[in-house]
Design a protein around this ligand. Structure first.
Ligand SMILES: NC(=O)c1ccc[n+]([C@@H]2O[C@H](COP(=O)([O-])OP(=O)(O)OC[C@H]3O[C@@H](n4cnc5c(N)ncnc54)[C@H](OP(=O)(O)O)[C@@H]3O)[C@@H](O)[C@H]2O)c1
Length: 352
């Protein structure tokens, strides 16, 4: 198949975020599929998903989002339909890719070096739930906190996309997990082997102290804001705080950068204290520009491990809903409703 033959066959649909809008303000755009350049491939999307990042981006609140208008979509799973002048053996194979933006489209150009193969036995929607979420969860657990069997960790937002993956990986590693979530998610969390607590409980601190009197070995906190101090206080000596977001400031007006910079300053100061506890900010993109080769090797190795655990049934994909790409607004509303466990997945319209 030559590039010209392949791209002529496809009309692409993209979801465009035109500015800071409500979900209904998302626009659909149709046109010829993009053409892969040197080192790139064209993926026909089989599944993409709604991450918290898109909730922030539609408010103009994601730390380093591109200027409007743009196509959101943090990650996807798709099949190669065009390789340009690249390796023809890739055509027809199914891969996952981390994109940060651009995934909400029927056809997406990505760098061939960024592709991670999806095991044949795994459905695309299931694999999708574990791309950004699986990499984030795996790296925070094993590369940052370095958890060990027998330890206890606290996971905030344990029902979310990252949270529900993190708790499963932690349980698989032999770690005891306490997870915060609204009570409607507690039964699901118990089934995943998590001890759930309600983050709105006025007695939360006392409840956590009861569950872990000596503190916990790691806290995974994507909420940020003033509550991050409570997360740090929950650590046992030698424990690690892994901060990875500022969800609590999503609806605060003003600069998207100030809450993040305030958080960095706090973590920096805590690391200066002689208290044997560590505080990190995890950024999945760290090293991408300066050490691209190492970055890609890490992503591929870590996601391959997560996919292998999915393929052998050790962990379960948490697909909250499958919604056609043209229903991106509905998908976004659902993801923001606070009612879901896991990830809302967008699939091509013809599949839905
Ligand atoms: N640093 C990185 O490299 C990196 C990478 C990936 C993701 N992230 C961050 O990870 C976080 C989770 O992403 P996701 O895609 O998994 O999101 P998600 O599926 O939408 O889940 C969000 C979770 O956070 C809870 N939550 C939302 N706002 C909250 C608040 N103000 N206080 C307490 N809990 C709150 C939600 O609870 P309810 O369901 O009860 O509302 C839900 O459990 C986001 O902050 C995202 O930015 C960071």
């Amino acid at each position: 198949m030559t590039r010209t033959q392949a791209t002529k066959q496809f009309t692409a649909t993209e979801v465009v975020l035109p500015g800071a809008v409500e979900p209904e303000g998302l626009e659909l755009r149709r046109g010829p599929a993009p053409v892969p350049g040197g080192g790139q491939v064209l993926l026909a999307m089989e599944a993409t998903g709604v991450s918290f990042a898109e909730q922030q981006m539609r408010r103009g609140k994601y730390y380093d989002q591109p200027p409007f208008p743009f196509v959101p979509g943090y990650d996807l799973v798709g099949r190669v339909v065009d390789v340009g002048s690249g390796d023809p053996h890739l055509v027809g194979r199914r891969f996952a890719a981390l994109t940060k933006t651009g995934g909400w489209a029927s056809h997406v150009v990505v760098e061939a070096a960024d592709l991670v193969e999806v095991p044949d036995s795994v459905q695309s929607a299931d694999a999708e739930t574990l791309v950004v979420n699986g990499i984030t969860a795996w790296q925070m657990l094993h590369r940052v906190a370095g958890v060990k069997a027998g330890q206890t960790v606290l996971v905030l937002g344990a029902n979310g996309g990252v949270g529900s993956t993190l708790v499963q990986l932690a349980r698989h590693a032999g770690v005891r997990v306490i997870g915060t979530a609204s009570p409607r998610h507690h039964d699901t969390l118990r089934q995943l082997g998590v001890t759930p607590v309600d983050y709105r409980d006025p007695e939360l601190r006392a409840r956590l102290r009861q569950l872990a009197p000596h503190g916990v070995d790691a806290v995974f906190d994507h909420v940020g804001g003033d509550g991050i101090a409570d997360s740090f206080r929950m650590l046992a000596p030698g424990g690690t705080l892994v901060s990875y977001g500022t969800a609590s400031t999503r609806d605060v007006t003003g600069s998207s950068r100030v809450p993040v910079l305030k958080l960095f300053a706090r973590l920096f100061l805590w690391n200066l204290l002689p208290n044997s506890r560590r505080a990190h900010f995890f950024n999945i993109w760290a090293g991408k520009r300066r050490r691209a080769g190492d970055f890609r090797t890490r992503i591929r190795a870590d996601l391959a491990q997560v996919f292998a655990l999915l393929a052998d049934g050790t962990i379960k994909a948490q697909v909250a809903a499958r919604i056609p790409l043209s229903g991106a607004a509905e998908a976004m509303r659902l993801a923001e409703s606070g009612t879901v466990t896991g990830k809302v997945v967008l699939v091509p319209d013809r599949v839905a």
